[in-house]
Write a protein that binds this ligand. Structure first.
Ligand SMILES: O=C(O)CCC(=O)C(=O)O
Ligand SMILES: [Fe+2]
Length: 610
């Protein structure tokens, strides 16, 4: 079967002949050359490994064959369409899991992916439209169930994720006997096309209130706007630009500035985010901001300071500067890789014979592993890591059983959330607290996900905190959810419980109340801006990671300490329980009575219709 797509050598030659500042047009207009052969179907971030002849080190083919990564089929070329249809028909006929109404959205997502593939093949031409509507009809008619998950790639590009397609029900996929050779190709192709973040940003066309976002010319929904032009472009294209791979200019030809990219890259509280914010605020690059601009926004600055101070109060335990510094210092480059390894089912805590863990190795090797620093010498320096992967990164049966959670397991647990309901714990208006300001959702999350989060405590280093003497707080672990591992589940569960579309901000904190007396005195939380969508959060979400006696979260009428009448509701720490409340609802984390106890994840979200 011949498949379109860039061979590694053609990618190289495009790069060298057009130079780094080449506009993106060529990518879209040129008919794609052939892809690599079947044995080396690779996500794009591994493509480079292929180019370097390193692919075997990843043991990827074996990993795929062992079913750690789910694969499925799409026609690689239109001439393959007929045989592909047969395969899919075979699958559909044997499909035990029949579609329900809401599955339409997933089908549409898959169409979207196909649209992009066709765009890649035909460019913006009548042929493209014709082929697309042909496939669209076909897919809709068989209600082909697809959805997208993000999958962080290993090692080479921590920030660029590639995309895997999966069936709505992987259990069905297993029983379908659909040949499992295609998914990686699709993933590879999609990531090459810079498709990314579909599942998060995509909105169904049937959702009249939330029209779909505009499309990046690569075909992805795009939420970003380069500062100097009116184009929209997707996160992936931006990230590519940041990494100086294929795209360094916007599709209109304007250059995309790194500052801008960095600010929108992820939702960390980094210096880069500040740069992003300044762009948003002034609509200028940092170096273009004049004193006049600054004066103008002084008032605004004061407001920000006030809200930062409040944030500090709401997140007792960290100073505002240590917070952002530590974020970068501790997690800057590690977490993406670590998470990718997790996704592959690797126990990153496993020790080498000399006692070094994978986590530590990554930490120490951070500098050498940085994106863009690969040369022969550095590659050799990284051999330890690569060898390690070769040995244990295959997620075979053994590893799978012993690992915390591998991607297949995770997805299986993600598929079916069953019945989810939220119970209102503020039944009537009390003082300043409106009715319906806080809710509990029990048994909503897949237990494995809760365990996975709990296990993070063993893996992630705690953020350093400057505690005031009077504060007996918790250990804080920052967990930026770059692969949407928590967020997809939370978005979905909270969304299901409320029947509304939810977006959780991706930077979570895992809190471990490790000392006797650890608590968070009465406070309110502070809204945070989602650096991807720009919207402010309105709600806090807590997920209790263990059953714990004591350390309850109390929803209060006012921010007063120790006044019993002030308490609206005491929420006990029950494993898997989700507590959501409006940020401005006074609350406290009560004292824990024993060492090393209560563990929670906390984050923020907003309803998209608000
Ligand atoms: O630990 C708790 O129960 C409350 C945590 C909290 O209020 C916070 O992190 O803002
Ligand atoms: Fe709080």
């Amino acid at each position: 079967m011949s498949r379109p797509g860039p061979t590694s050598s053609s990618v190289r030659s495009h790069r060298s002949s057009h130079g780094l500042r080449q506009k993106a047009h060529w990518v879209l207009a040129t008919a794609p050359p052939s892809p690599p052969d079947e044995a080396s179907y690779l996500p794009s971030s591994l493509l480079r490994a292929v180019e370097r002849g390193d692919a075997s080190k990843f043991g990827l083919a074996k990993m795929l064959d062992e079913g750690n990564i789910y694969k499925l089929s799409l026609p690689a070329t239109l001439s393959d369409l007929e045989s592909w249809k047969k395969t899919v028909n075979y699958g559909v006929e044997n499909l035990s899991h029949k579609a329900a109404g809401s599955d339409m959205e997933d089908s549409y997502i898959s169409l979207h992916a196909i649209r992009s593939t066709l765009y890649r093949l035909y460019g913006c031409s009548p042929e493209f439209e014709a082929k697309y509507s042909q496939i669209q009809k076909y897919l809709v008619s068989i209600r082909f169930q697809l959805t997208l998950i993000e999958y962080s790639c290993l090692l080479l590009k921590p920030t660029i994720t590639c995309t895997l397609l999966r069936f709505k029900s992987l259990a069905s996929l297993e029983s379908l006997k659909v040949p499992r050779y295609y998914g990686a190709w699709i993933a590879w192709n999609l990531s090459w096309l810079r498709l990314d973040h579909h599942s998060t940003y995509f909105q169904s066309p049937s959702d009249a209130k939330n029209p779909p976002p505009p499309l990046c010319p690569c075909g992805s929904p795009s939420t970003l706007k380069p500062p100097k032009c009116s184009c929209t472009i997707c996160t992936s294209c931006f990230l590519s630009a940041q990494k100086n791979t294929d795209f360094v200019s916007c599709l209109c030809g304007n250059s995309i500035d790194k500052y801008f990219l960095l600010g929108l890259n992820n939702e960390c509280e980094t210096k880069e985010e500040f740069t992003g914010t300044s762009l948003q605020r002034y609509n200028k690059l940092p170096e273009e901001i004049t004193t006049k601009d600054l004066k103008k926004s002084r008032k605004e600055k004061v407001k920000i300071e006030v809200s930062k101070a409040k944030a500090f109060r709401g997140n007792a335990g960290l100073t505002k500067s240590s917070r952002s510094e530590k974020w970068l210092e501790t997690y800057g480059l590690n977490i993406g890789r670590l998470q990718a390894l997790y996704d592959l089912g690797v126990n990153v805590n496993e020790q080498y014979p000399d006692g070094i863990t994978m986590y530590e190795l990554l930490h120490w090797r951070r500098e050498h592993l940085q994106e863009g620093t690969y040369n022969e010498e550095e590659r050799v320096q990284n051999l330890e890591v690569l060898n390690w992967l070769k040995e244990t990164g295959e997620c075979n049966e053994d590893v799978r059983n012993n690992c915390r959670i591998c991607v297949g397991e995770y997805v299986k647990n993600m598929v079916d959330f069953g019945e989810v309901s939220a119970s209102n714990i503020v039944i009537s208006e009390v003082d300043n607290v409106a009715q319906g300001s806080a809710f509990i959702i029990d048994d909503g999350l897949p237990p494995k996900l809760v365990d996975y989060l709990l296990n993070q405590l063993e893996i992630l280093p705690p953020a350093q905190q400057k505690l005031k003497k009077s504060q007996t707080c918790s250990l804080r672990y920052y967990y930026p959810d770059w692969s949407n591992r928590i967020s997809l589940a939370l978005d979905k569960v909270i969304g299901l419980a409320f029947g509304r579309r939810v977006r959780c901000l991706r930077n979570y904190r895992i809190l471990l109340y490790d000392k006797t007396g650890g608590s968070l005195p009465p406070h309110i939380d502070i809204p945070k801006r989602c650096s991807v969508t720009g919207k402010m959060s309105r709600y806090t979400v807590l997920v209790y990671l263990n059953d714990y006696e004591g350390g309850e979260t109390a929803i209060l009428k006012e921010e007063k300490i120790g006044v019993e009448e002030n308490v609206i509701k005491v929420v006990e720490c029950k494993k898997g329980r989700i507590l959501c409340f409006k940020h401005d609802t006074p609350h406290e984390g009560r004292e824990v009575e024993e060492n090393g106890g209560k563990a929670i994840v906390r984050g923020e979200f907003y309803f998209e219709d608000e």
